[in-house]
Design a protein around this ligand. Structure first.
Ligand code: FES
Length: 118
């Protein structure tokens, strides 16, 4: 949102106004979204390419961010293909297996007990 405030403004409805910037600029900012909550699809053009190699990043006291050609299988549900995802590791999300930012609101620690930060 900070990368393109004229397009992403949570105080407006709808909060995404893609016509306020070029297609390329909106797509570039969406690709920076670590959670994968934002996606884009071009009317003409290729789909978003997954990063190669797949990247896994542990956020301090937060989620595990993944980038790549991801196949995420949720217990009891269908699998989904993603190019970016942010997985919960604190156990407090209400949108398993994804981080819903409860970790940042609650100030909870997402590091496993007995980890190197204890
Ligand atoms: S790590 Fe963010 S809600 Fe669990």
């Amino acid at each position: 949102m900070r990368g393109l405030p004229q397009v992403f403004d949570v105080k407006k409805r709808p909060w995404i106004q893609p016509g306020n910037a070029s297609v390329e600029h909106v797509a570039e900012v969406v690709r920076r979204c670590p959670s994968g909550a934002l996606h884009y699809r071009l009317e003409e053009g290729p789909p978003e390419e997954p990063e190669q190699p797949t990247r896994v990043a542990f956020v301090a006291n937060g989620p595990i961010n993944l980038r790549g050609d991801l196949s995420i299988e949720v217990y009891g549900g269908d699998g989904m293909r993603e190019v970016r995802a942010s997985l919960c590791r604190c156990g407090q999300t209400e949108n398993e297996p994804f981080c819903d930012k409860t970790c940042s609101r609650s100030g909870s620690r997402a590091e496993p007990q007995g980890g190197k930060n204890d």
